[in-house]
Write a new protein. Structure first.
Length: 486
């Protein structure tokens, strides 16, 4: 039997500000029981310790006072309205209307579910929410917890925890602030919220694992402040960037803009592989190298420019030609690879090594006014470079930039797109270009997207499913061309 309960203004915070709530019950008592199940805290305000209606509260079924009917056993029929009418003094509340902290704390203890450190360790919730201040978190946190300081909870929780049906456990230092935070979440519509009894202190004293997180310094907060405003990045995402290690193959047309923007974004470690020196013909597009560095090492020039842009990162120069003998060593220390190489032999080598080490490869290529970008990530279901091009084209169909030329700004567009894809992979946000090839026609100002699929006959991708890895080959012979300079 459904009935409508009319909620007076003082009690509306218990039910999210609603003035009317629909409940189920055949009697007034059953209706109040259901109201308590839906919105904890009502019975403590309406009923005394013996279960009777408090003397300063009246309950009406439609227009009739239940005291003149059958009290709490008054039957309800469909469409009845149960009105709660407490005594109202009028005017401003006096001092005797104040609630002490102790009273409020006891009320919260009565209506907010609590869990123990042992129970939390045994069954982790979908969301573990740390509402302590930043200085407290520096001393350690429960692994996997989302941090929102109590003062920002109402502002940020909907971005961090969009699912109001998710199971949430809130904790603070000792278990008090988390009660207030959990109560706030319940009033915001979160249905399954509990507080950790004893807070972080109880968790640590129980010998449970504690994570000492990498937190942003004040200088980093200022530098990356625009990232921190974005829900998809925030502090946790910026820490991911600072802890990431990206290897750039080539400090040329594609590698330069990609590296510059990754450095600006705060990617913590950038490895740069190149064995060449800066040439005057590079200056038209390779933006890491100023004129006064012509004739100097490209990786050293890149290192100087990147550190000048962001002194807070680490740049590792690898001044060597990448080969079958050193490729595993070079890739081994990094999380993902950006391929800015300028010849097919290197592209196939990088592809094969990334498949072997199960690492994503962000690929870019350019020709005159045209560019391509994709992400080869077969370890996560996408195709590899060999799936797209099982064999290289003859030299006359794919001349190098040294032979055919390239618009100077084109590598900037493609290289920055490579940097965007790398950042998405690091953050775990958005839809990477895995299984998709994005082409750019600068003359027509057009982007097109093409679907890519794994080749069932690709022996290198098959090695991810248990087949033997085919090994590295003589890539110069395989490609019959070393290409030119980008």
């Amino acid at each position: 039997m459904s009935a409508l309960v009319r909620i007076p203004t003082p009690l509306r915070p218990l039910c999210g500000g609603q003035d009317e709530v629909t409940v189920d019950g055949a009697t007034v008592r059953e209706a109040l029981d259901d109201l308590e199940r839906r919105h904890a805290g009502f019975k403590a305000r309406l009923l005394d310790g013996q279960g009777g209606v408090r003397r300063f509260v009246n309950l009406f079924v439609n227009q009739d006072d239940v005291r003149h009917l059958q009290g709490l056993d008054t039957p309800l029929k469909a469409g009845d309205a149960l009105s709660i009418v407490p005594a109202v003094a009028g005017g401003a509340p006096g001092a005797d209307a104040a609630v002490t902290f102790s009273q409020l704390h006891q009320e919260l203890k009565a209506r907010v579910p609590e869990t123990t450190a042992r129970d939390l360790a045994r069954a982790r919730p979908q969301v573990l929410l740390d509402v302590r201040e930043l200085e407290e978190v520096k001393g350690g946190k429960i692994p996997g917890a989302v941090h929102i300081p109590r003062g920002f909870l109402e502002l940020r929780v909907e971005d961090e925890v969009p699912d109001r049906d998710a199971e949430v456990v809130v904790y603070c230092a000792g278990g008090t602030r988390s009660l207030f935070a959990a109560d706030t979440l319940r009033r915001m519509g979160y249905q399954r919220v509990a507080s950790l009894q004893g807070g972080f202190r109880a968790w640590a004293e129980a010998g449970q694992p504690v994570e000492r997180p990498r937190l942003l310094t004040d200088a980093e907060r200022r530098r990356y402040s625009r990232h921190l405003m974005i829900p998809e990045v925030g502090e946790a995402g910026q820490v991911k960037l600072l802890q990431a290690k990206v290897l750039l193959i080539g400090a040329g047309g594609l590698g330069c803009p990609a590296a510059l923007y990754l450095a600006a974004a705060g990617v913590g470690t950038l490895g740069v592989v190149d064995f060449d020196v800066v040439d005057e013909s590079n200056l038209q597009r390779q933006v890491l190298h100023p004129t006064d560095r012509v004739g100097t090492s490209k990786v050293e020039s890149a290192r100087r420019t990147l550190l000048a842009q962001n002194p807070g990162i680490t740049v590792v120069p690898h001044e060597e030609r990448i080969t079958s003998e050193n490729v595993e060593r070079l890739l081994g220390a990094y999380d993902l690879v950006i391929d800015g190489s300028d010849n097919f032999a290197t592209r196939y080598l990088i592809n094969d090594a990334c498949v072997l080490q199960r690492k994503a490869c962000v690929h870019g290529s350019i020709y005159r006014f045209e560019g391509q970008v994709t992400v080869f990530d077969p370890a996560r279901g996408g195709p590899c470079y060999r799936c797209l091009y099982p064999e290289p084209p003859p030299p006359e169909l794919a001349p190098s930039c040294a032979d055919a030329g390239v618009l100077g700004v084109l590598p900037g567009v493609v290289g920055v797109l490579e940097a965007v894809e790398a950042i998405k992979l690091i953050l775990g946000e958005g839809e990477p270009l895995t299984g998709r090839l994005l082409t750019y026609d600068a003359l027509g100002a057009r982007f097109r997207e093409l679907k890519l699929r794994r080749d069932p006959g690709c022996a290198y991708c098959a090695s991810l499913d248990g087949a033997p890895f085919p090994g590295f080959v003589d890539y110069e012979v395989f490609c019959a061309s070393a290409g030119g300079d980008t």
